[in-house]
Unconditional design. Structure first.
Length: 271
């Protein structure tokens, strides 16, 4: 049956309030994805000892300085400061990422919050390790770097969290001024030919030798507002964040990686 002109007009007017209501719907807020409890137990780690790279490692930060790093923004040489084996964020110069791209790997990274740091919450020594950088800015999957030594914030945003997804199993922070370490096993997500997700990313991480993430499946890329989601990508750079907060800049040293692509290495995710 063909609707009359009067019927079509009435239907069109009926749709207008629905569209208007959608346009006026409240937008999500970052606070909606902040988890504040329960707080992870505090664990005192052992003494800090630099972990030298094994024989098959790719050294990303050592004697070569910034030779393995680029500015994320324009792919120019990285502009962070280097003094000997130590690299320090140069505030305002932007994020940096590795020249090389990786899939699944084991990563070791050491970082230090400056002694005498000021600020509170997320404004206290904020940076991030993006295990796969999928674009400019903060696109990718972030393991949070933050001063969480006696510094309260939302637990899925403290040091060792998969940002806005998983709080750490423990708070293993050393005091500001002391070197921290992350040891990470990253299993990259896989995608079908049409771009749909086949298997999610999995992450295992140790903070100062203490297990903080135990083979957790990620819900997607890091988001500040809203829920994480995936978009198809291949091998990716590793990114370090220039967060831009006013606190003193964070330093890094002794970053190395072992690719998990050899036939002798079994990479399995839970079914």
């Amino acid at each position: 049956m063909t609707p009359s002109r009067h019927t079509i007009t009435a239907a069109a007017f009926a749709i207008i309030p629905i569209g208007y209501a959608l346009a006026q719907a409240p937008q999500p807020r970052p606070e909606e994805t902040e988890q504040w409890s329960p707080e992870p137990p505090v664990v005192t780690p052992g003494s800090a000892v630099p972990t030298p790279p094994p024989s098959d490692a790719i050294v990303l930060l050592g004697a070569s300085g910034l030779g393995e790093w680029l500015s994320t923004k324009d792919k120019s040489p990285a502009k962070w400061r280097v003094e000997g084996p130590v690299m320090t964020v140069a505030k305002g110069t932007g994020n940096i990422e590795t020249k090389r791209k990786f899939t699944s790997y084991q990563l070791h990274l050491e970082w230090r919050i400056p002694q005498g740091i000021s600020g509170t919450g997320q404004g206290r020594g904020n940076s991030g390790l993006f295990l796969a950088s999928t674009g400019g800015g903060d696109a990718g999957y972030e393991l949070q770097i933050l001063d969480s030594y006696r510094n309260k914030t939302y637990v899925n945003g403290q040091a060792g969290s998969v940002y806005k997804q998983y709080p750490p199993l423990a708070n293993a922070m050393r005091r500001p001024g002391e070197w921290q370490s992350y040891d990470v096993v990253w299993i990259a997500p896989s995608f079908a030919a049409d771009g749909t997700l086949k298997t999610p990313a999995y992450l295992t991480a140790f903070h100062n030798g203490v297990l903080i993430q135990n083979n957790v499946p990620l819900g997607g890329e890091t988001t500040y507002i809203g829920k994480p989601q995936y978009k198809a990508h291949g091998p990716s750079s590793i990114k370090l964040q220039d967060h831009g907060d006013p606190s003193q800049p964070i330093s890094f040293r002794n970053i190395w990686l072992r690719e998990l692509t050899s036939p002798s290495v079994s990479i399995r995710s839970p079914k």
